[in-house]
Design a protein around this ligand. Structure first.
Ligand SMILES: Cc1cc2nc3c(=O)[nH]c(=O)nc-3n(C[C@H](O)[C@H](O)[C@H](O)COP(=O)(O)OP(=O)(O)OC[C@H]3O[C@@H](n4cnc5c(N)ncnc54)[C@H](O)[C@@H]3O)c2cc1C
Ligand SMILES: *[C@@H]1O[C@H](CO)[C@@H](O)[C@H](O)[C@H]1NC(C)=O
Length: 518
């Protein structure tokens, strides 16, 4: 497409976005933050400074970080056995940087984790690679990802946390939060001998994952189920070119293959409610064999079919989206999947969570005790803003990318899907820009908006070439509408000023991603 035309379109689009923003910002409700006076909490029980519910990725990392700062930490985890689950198997380069800033980088060692240097993308018989940028001067860490068995990683994090003398990691199932006058004082839980008991601490952190029960007593935030991720492991095999995650732009949506150990390959696809074959009677295995496998490129198909033919257990996980909201209750912090979820296609939940843990650690560091509920409330409010560059970028990218990847007979949607493939695999600044965003190497919402607009415009360019017809103009307008629909609700949900003001992103990078940052 003609460069000048692209430029004009880009500027028009930016002007549109900015006008809309200014309009919105001036209309923003100013919520007066009323701080109820609550006496500084005391350390009851002679026990912990903080109770953490759940020793998954988030709970374990936070326990380690807070204990390193001298806090007494009591972690209560329902099931101490190694989790066997299909989630959190891909750690982005940005996530690895954050892990190392928390002193937890060695948890990716000794678990047969595999290196991933980027994507191999397949669409309609074509194939191209999209590497993480290696010459990004802004990213002070080795620009590769790691893939692994999630349970092995979680076990390493738990070991690392409980190796500190001031962490008490106990098996138990938390039943409810203990509340007095709007302040959370502790939890009731069933301990390993099956007895109901209580624990008190000035601060409670709820990090009980995507099926969180406790979240419901703190806010009315509801998770939306977008689709299901269905997959299995092909054992004793290796992918060709194993350092690239294989992303196949298949129907009805994407299919992925990636090496999660030197011998195991994860195979998965996305399916939508109402169209899910039964697992119990073998329909699902047939579906993988007959509907998905033929769409998998020849050189990957053998590995893809291996698991199915060997009767691997097929698992399904709901893919959920939930925006972050603050709880009115005091003395409590909600974290991880209990707090905020995005579509897992961008494989970034753990990265956002590690970023959140690092931010919270930093904000809590200056507090002599964690019992001042008002101070904690202030910390949570700052946390909510500081996390935006990372969380808003990832959440918006996850939403947009997942929608684009859904196959459709609608020409406008299909043009966008093709446009996305072309853009991602075109090489140069488009590929490196998008991959830096995906890898968490450049958590800048503005940069994301730029690339989304550029994808939209180049897709429109394709639709209109070589000659615009009334029909193609109509499809172009709809495509433009579609892309606005992907962006605008997120600008609203994540906060317009946080997403469009570059200062937040600069501050984030300086504090959390620079070589000099702790
Ligand atoms: C299909 C899918 C794929 C994903 N892929 C990726 C990926 O590739 N990369 C990535 O970064 N992210 C990915 N994610 C997201 C990522 O897995 C999550 O964001 C992350 O695991 C959340 O960590 P968490 O600590 O909040 O929860 P979890 O790691 O789930 O930990 C919660 C813990 O709380 C415990 N618990 C629950 N209830 C109680 C209770 N009442 N009492 C005591 N303990 C309790 C549980 O046993 C568990 O150990 C994916 C998500 C999905 C759904
Ligand atoms: C479980 O709780 C009860 C009651 O508080 C206590 O007596 C018992 O020792 C606890 N069991 C364990 C294993 O901690």
């Amino acid at each position: 497409m003609d460069m000048a035309f692209t430029q004009v379109c880009l500027w028009t689009l930016l002007a549109f976005v900015l006008t809309w923003t200014i309009f919105h910002v001036t209309n923003m409700k100013k919520k007066a933050a009323k701080l109820v006076d609550v006496a500084a909490g005391e350390r009851r029980d002679g026990g912990a400074d903080v109770i953490i519910v759940g020793a998954g990725v988030g709970g374990s990392a936070l326990a380690y970080a807070l204990a390193k700062d001298g806090r007494q930490v009591h972690v209560i985890e329902r099931d101490m056995r190694q989790p066997e689950r299909m989630m959190g198997e891909f750690m982005q380069p940005g996530g690895r940087l954050l892990l190392s800033k928390l002193g937890l980088q060695d948890c990716l060692e000794g678990i047969d984790a595999q290196i991933a240097t980027g994507l191999a993308v397949y669409k309609d018989g074509k194939e191209a690679v999209a590497p993480f940028p290696v010459e990004d001067n802004n990213f002070p860490y080795e620009p590769s990802a790691r893939t692994f068995h999630n349970g092995r990683f979680v076990q390493r994090l738990r070991q690392k946390a409980s190796s500190l003398p001031n962490v008490r990691l106990e098996e138990g199932t938390v039943k409810s939060l203990i509340e007095e006058k709007g302040v959370i004082k502790g939890v009731t839980y069933k301990n390993s001998s099956g007895e109901e008991t209580t624990a008190f601490a000035p601060l409670t952190v709820v990090c009980d994952g995507c099926y969180s029960n406790l979240r419901r007593s703190l806010n009315d935030n509801n998770a939306e189920v977008l689709s299901y991720t269905v997959g299995y492991i092909s054992k004793n095999c290796q992918l060709e070119d194993p350092e690239r995650l294989k992303l196949i732009m298949s129907k009805p949506s994407f299919t992925m293959l990636y090496q999660i150990s030197s011998t195991d390959v994860r195979c998965l696809t996305e399916l939508f409610p109402g169209n899910i074959p039964s697992m119990a009677n073998g329909e699902m295995a047939d579906f993988f064999k007959n509907s998905i496998a033929p769409q998998v490129p020849q050189n990957l198909r053998k590995v893809f079919l291996k698991g199915i033919e060997e009767g691997a257990q097929i698992k399904a996980m709901p893919t959920k989206r939930m925006d972050a909201t603050l709880s009115e209750k005091k003395g409590v912090i909600v974290l991880g999947d209990a707090f905020n979820m995005r579509h897992p296609v961008v494989a970034s939940g753990m990265m956002v969570l590690l970023s959140d843990v690092l931010i919270l650690r930093r904000l809590l560091q200056p507090l002599a005790n964690l019992g001042d509920a008002n101070k904690i409330s202030e910390v949570i409010k700052s946390f909510y803003v500081i996390r935006k560059p990372m969380s808003a970028t990832v959440n918006t990218l996850g939403n947009a990318f997942s929608q684009v990847l859904i196959a459709s007979t609608d020409e406008a949607r299909e043009a966008m899907r093709q446009g996305c493939y072309d853009y991602l695999t075109s090489g140069g600044f488009r590929t490196s820009g998008l991959m830096a965003l995906l890898g968490g190497m450049n958590p800048r919402p503005l940069s994301l908006i730029f690339h989304l607009c550029a994808i939209t415009l180049s897709s429109i360019g394709q639709l209109l070439s070589p000659f615009p017809s009334p029909l193609s103009i109509w499809h172009s307008l709809r495509l433009f509408g579609l892309s606005m629909k992907m962006l605008v609700p997120h600008l609203k949900a994540e906060g317009v000023s946080q997403m469009l003001s570059p200062s937040y992103a600069i501050a984030y990078r300086k504090s959390y991603m620079a070589t000099t940052a702790l």
